[in-house]
Design a protein around this ligand. Structure first.
Ligand code: IVH
Length: 674
């Protein structure tokens, strides 16, 4: 090496670093030690410092492995998340909602309370008594097959005792203890930010030997699908899991509603001394039959809630205010901060919401600010510390033009958000829409992440949604890009082609229409079922007072402002052109409606009058879970009107239109409510 030129020497070092990166990230088989890697990097850096002309030779890293390298597993029952509460008042409100839903009057609710483990959720499937496979949560419907890695966890039972159901999904949390995290980070060149990231990174290793070298732990805590019912209460269920050999959190307790606040305080006090990270307590209704009656709303059960610990605070300096332009043109200010540790997480940015918020809190560049971070939410600025303000600090002037395309940014009267008027001529909006379109809850195209989209957009390969599906025509160009190659290009093309079929709900969401989030897209898809019907009706709904508009307005959960956005989208010729083009590239599947075989699947139902044995929300949720559409008003399209006590004009209208009328008892038997 001594007789080589500095340039050759650096090239050689970079080559060795790159090979080490590929071995580490792509193949999870490190070929050199962390210390050696460090040494090479330092050496390369020193050369670049000494010989400025060599600086163009970048120390580029390979980055984390692309996702999609694990087999996908479809969860037999979706894996949900939990709604959060932060105060005793929120918790009381949660209990009140449950009582109202179940019409329980003033009676006390019984819960099981368990620490909320800060790890990653996992679904373990046992078939005929043997551990068959395990998967991460993924998007809740489909996760990644991490069976081999889970088998490195000693505490995971490989088999269940005789008498266990033939098929059972057991849910729990994989986590890393605080001390295992510190040990791991001590020997890692690239440090993990916290135990949760370390656990996630370790479980998603392609090589199980690497996972085995990083100690992971497990708690089991929830039911998934099961071929037989095994317990009447959640408490008994936890007892059975324990008997079967699963680690169950020893701090779990059965308690009544008024005891919750005290339990919360007790766990908060023990938090720092626990050997693992927790971020709150989960309260679950103990009675399984009540859990079943309560069911789910959106992605969270009605029968459980996460009561999070209060936010953590810190003080730091605000360096800059940056304006981001979103998918719908919204200009959102973001604070760039001096990095600061808030409750174990390094924070460098905070949301500033909108221009009024900056004015209200009188936030100026250079100010010292107090931050808070609660749970997973983006850190917020609580207040400015005025005594540290520099004399020359001036109020922040919110831009009147889009910082990306320069178009005028306007703020309609009565709204808080200022929006860029550039529309699709604004590159920021185009890119954000494409990121949204390829995202997990939309087309879910592996490999089309933010970085790739930005790159392809900069190359002028991507202008709109259709261009995504035309990328396969550029396979060779993609392969020739720096850092790509044949394999990556082929993979990307396969990922795009693999997503040319999409369910209606995802498709509607993917369009990125303002106010049409996942839940609203799903509501629309369930209502219209077929793409062609939705498309036809949306075009007709542009006319106020038309049947289609009345129908749109009557969908439970779709308010006038949402209908307005939809109609606005369809009134824009560019959007309808885009839909026509997209239809050539993708197949939009009918929305699958609820459980199969129910008489209510695909039917439109209206409830009227008071029901005696169940509440209206309960009846509605039940009907929807069976695949029915529930609307507010009776029309020609209504299939059933369920008549409760004191039913008024809707019953009369049903009779006039010759629509089938059901009594509450008939509805119960159709909906198989015992
Ligand atoms: S129960 C249907 N219990 O919290 C309810 N979740 O924010 C399923 N979590 O995705 C969840 N500790 O990863 C439950 N004792 C516990 C938990 C727990 C941690 C996580 C879980 C879930 C997330 C929801």
């Amino acid at each position: 090496m001594s007789d080589s030129t500095p340039a050759q020497h650096l090239a050689d070092l970079l080559e060795r670093l790159k090979a080490a990166d590929i071995a580490y990230y792509r193949h999870d088989r490190p070929i050199i030690s962390d210390a050696e890697y460090d040494k090479l990097r330092r050496e390369a850096e020193a050369l670049r410092q000494r010989f400025p002309e060599l600086r163009a030779q970048a120390l580029d890293t390979i980055g984390t492995p692309p996702s999609g390298t694990f087999r996908k597993i479809h969860h037999l029952q979706p894996m949900l998340s939990l709604d959060n509460v932060f105060t005793p008042e929120d918790f009381v409100e949660f209990c009140t909602r449950i009582r109202r839903f179940l019409q329980l009057g003033g009676s006390d609710l019984r819960f099981v309370a368990e620490p909320k483990i800060d790890g990653l959720s996992i679904s373990l499937t046992y078939e005929n008594g043997r551990f068959a496979r395990g998967a991460t949560r993924g998007d809740g419907t489909e996760g990644e097959d991490v069976t081999a890695n889970l088998l490195t966890i000693a505490a995971l039972p490989r088999a269940l005792p005789k008498g266990a159901p033939d098929l059972i999904e057991i849910r729990g949390e994989v986590y890393m203890t605080k001390s295992d995290f510190l040990t791991l980070n001590a020997r890692q060149e690239k440090k993990f930010a916290n135990p949760r990231n370390a656990a996630a990174g370790s479980l998603r290793q392609l090589n199980p030997d690497v996972t085995a070298s990083r100690k992971l732990s497990l708690f089991a805590y929830a039911r998934g699908a099961c071929s037989a019912s095994i317990a009447k209460t959640h408490w008994d269920y936890l007892g059975i899991l324990k008997e079967w050999g699963f680690p169950v959190n020893p701090l779990a307790e059965r308690l009544s509603e008024p005891e919750a606040a005290e339990f919360q305080a007790r766990i908060a006090e023990r938090r720092a001394k626990l050997s693992y990270d927790i971020d709150g307590v989960v309260y679950k209704i103990d009675d399984v039959s009540l859990q079943d009656r309560l069911g789910f709303v959106g992605r969270a059960p009605r029968w459980a809630v996460a009561w999070k610990f209060p936010a953590e605070h810190a003080v730091t300096r605000l360096r800059q205010i940056e304006i981001q332009v979103g998918r719908t043109g919204a200009l959102t200010p973001r604070a760039i901060l001096d990095p600061v540790n808030v409750g174990g997480v390094l924070v460098q940015h905070a949301t500033l919401h909108n221009e009024d918020e900056i004015r209200r809190k009188d936030i100026r560049i250079g100010d010292m600010v107090e931050l808070q971070r609660a749970g997973d939410v983006i850190p917020q600025i609580v207040r400015v510390l005025p005594k540290f303000r520099q004399a020359d600090a001036t109020p922040f002037l919110f831009p009147q033009h889009c910082p990306v395309c320069g178009s005028l940014a306007i703020r309609p009267h009565g709204e808080v958000v200022r929006r860029c008027t550039g529309g699709l001529s604004c590159p920021a909006q185009v890119v954000e829409r494409l990121i949204h379109l390829c995202g997990r809850s939309a087309f879910d195209i592996d490999g089309m992440g933010e970085k790739t989209i930005r790159l392809f957009h900069a190359l002028e390969w991507l202008q709109n949604a259709i261009d995504i599906f035309r990328l396969p025509l550029r396979e060779r160009e993609i392969a020739s890009l720096d850092g790509w190659g044949d394999v990556s290009a082929r993979k990307l093309v396969a990922a795009i082609n693999g997503r040319r079929t999409i369910a209606l709900g995802r498709f509607i969401f993917a369009l990125g229409i303002r106010r049409i989030g996942e839940a609203n897209a799903k509501l629309l898809a369930r209502h219209y079922v077929r793409y062609s019907d939705w498309r036809r009706d949306m075009a007709r709904a542009i006319v106020t007072g038309s049947d289609a508009r009345v129908e749109l307005d009557s969908i439970s959960g779709i308010g006038p402002s949402i209908a307005e956005e939809l109609v606005g989208f369809f009134a824009e010729p560019h959007n309808t052109w885009l839909l026509d083009q997209l239809q050539r590239e993708v197949t939009i599947e009918d929305e699958k409606l609820g459980e199969t075989g129910s008489e209510l699947a695909g039917k439109t139902v209206v409830f009227t009058g008071a029901l005696a044995t169940m509440t209206r929300p309960e009846a509605k949720a039940r009907a929807e879970s069976l695949g029915a559409k529930v609307t507010e008003s009776v029309s020609k399209k209504t299939d059933y009107v369920v008549i409760g006590h004191d039913a008024g004009s809707k019953a009369a209208r049903a009779a006039a239109l010759g629509i089938a009328v059901l009594t509450e008892a008939e509805f119960r038997s159709m909906a198989a409510v015992d």
